[in-house]
Write a protein that binds this ligand. Structure first.
Ligand code: NZQ
Ligand code: ZN
Length: 391
């Protein structure tokens, strides 16, 4: 195991009706004027936004609003949010929605207290200072409710990039599984896929002897394999939703990733797809992961065989571990299809002729050096082959 530091100070309020305490938590964490940030309207239609406003009113906390965050959130609204926060002297940002809304809120939080262009943070500058952010989560997926990360797309060149820093870890996150019951099945499944991707990206490591985090990841993957089909069949199943929601947080606050190298090649390869085709991030991952895993499997075939046996229940073939490893990837594909995820380029409207552009932006965009690195280093030729495997 490698040396590590772990700092995860988010306060979580989990369970039914917890959103009604939003105002009280904002006050507890030092907010006196709030930017209420949300997406394209689901929180209005469900009545959640009204309940949150009532809670802020009850706590006598004034607020301004900025809705309209799109999935795969854009830089344009971030600039708007920064201007609004400065003009209105906002000192706390409350994100009500999914990963896109939370990430947009984090970007605004960092940009408001920074003299330069907030995009500097998405070009590699660590975030050291930000307004405090709180979240009320409506979809179990990105894990942004407990993570120090934010992913934003810059309209110019459709560059989708991440920024990081403990300063943008949410001060509090309210997780009420009931709020996820209004999700369309496709979004629920995309969220499940993203959660599993966050686990796989950590499982694919070059660090030896990391049994405790291996076992935690396997436990969370097994939970998703059990609860995923249950919630797709029965969207109002509170207990399944609750298990998925907490698994989504644990998958990405890095409690399963400390002390080990991690992959993230699948995420980087996927981000080009959701940037160009505006597909759901989880759907893009469903197409990407099996291709990446098959391509890099030989790098450590026993690791793929291990997850195949421990999570997918495959029989270990000691003479031919690659057979077991492949069986695990196939079982994952079967699972993804069963919960309604796409497995091919065409299903998200991606086109073969765009592959050179996808590869170029992936490997060379935003100061890239011709390759991406993780579990293995992949150059432009490797990435081209991987995208072709998704056809
Ligand atoms: O915009 P509204 O109307 O709210 O609709 C959203 C959106 O259309 C809808 N939705 C959310 N909760 C709902 C609901 N509809 C009905 N009922 C509800 N309860 O679902 C759609 C997707 O929402 P979005 O916020 O985009 O989903 P998600 O949480 O999957 O976030 C995806 C974004 O997070 C980034 C992704 O790249 C993508 O941009 N990621 C962020 C990470 C992080 N910050 O740590 C890590 C992840 O790997 C990921 O890259
Ligand atoms: Zn993700």
């Amino acid at each position: 195991m490698n040396n590590f530091t772990f700092y995860s100070p988010t306060y979580f309020a989990f369970g039914k009706e917890t959103e009604n305490q939003a105002g009280q938590y904002v006050r507890q964490f030092g907010g006196s004027k709030v930017l209420l940030h949300y997406g394209g309207g689901s929180v209005i239609r469900s009545g959640l936004l009204d309940r949150v406003k009532k809670s802020l009113d009850n706590a006598q906390i004034p607020f301004v609003e900025l809705g309209g965050v799109k999935p795969n959130p854009r830089s344009g609204l971030v600039y708007e949010g920064i201007d609004l926060c400065r003009k209105e002297n906002v000192d706390f940002i409350l994100a009500v929605g999914g990963g896109s809304t939370i990430d947009s809120a984090k970007a605004i939080a960092a940009g408001t207290v920074y003299d330069g262009d907030f995009w500097d943070f998405y070009s590699g500058k660590p975030i050291e200072k930000a307004l405090p952010v709180g979240t009320i989560l409506t979809i179990a997926a990105a894990g942004s409710e407990g993570s120090p990360d934010s992913v934003i797309t810059k309209e110019e060149g459709m560059l989708k990039r991440g920024a990081s820093g403990n300063a943008i870890r949410p001060k509090f996150s309210i997780l009420n599984p009931e709020l996820t019951q209004t999700l369309p099945a496709y979004q629920t499944a995309a969220g499940i896929t993203d959660i599993m991707a966050h686990l796989y990206e950590r499982y694919l490591t070059n660090t030896k002897e990391v049994e405790v985090t291996d076992r935690l990841i396997e436990a969370l993957l097994l939970t998703m394999v059990h609860e995923g089909p249950r919630v797709i069949a029965d969207p109002d199943n509170y207990e399944a939703r609750a298990n998925i929601m907490w698994a989504g947080m644990m998958a990405h606050n890095n409690s399963c990733g400390v002390g080990r190298s991690q992959d993230w090649n699948s995420h980087n390869i996927e981000h080009e797809l959701s940037a160009l085709y505006d597909c759901a991030h989880g759907a893009g991952l469903a197409i990407t992961m099996p291709a990446v895993f098959s391509y890099v499997m030989d790098h450590d075939v026993m690791r793929f065989a291990k997850v195949a046996v421990r999570v997918w229940g495959c029989q270990m073939d000691f003479d031919h571990p690659e057979v077991t490893a492949k069986a695990g990837i196939e079982a994952f594909k079967t699972f993804l299809k069963a919960i309604g995820m796409p497995l091919t380029f065409a299903e998200i409207g991606a086109k073969e002729e765009d592959i050179p552009k996808l590869v170029d932006t992936l490997c060379n965009g935003n100061g890239g050096n011709g390759s991406i690195s993780g579990f293995v280093t992949l150059n432009e030729d490797d990435c081209t082959k991987i995208y072709k495997m998704m056809l």
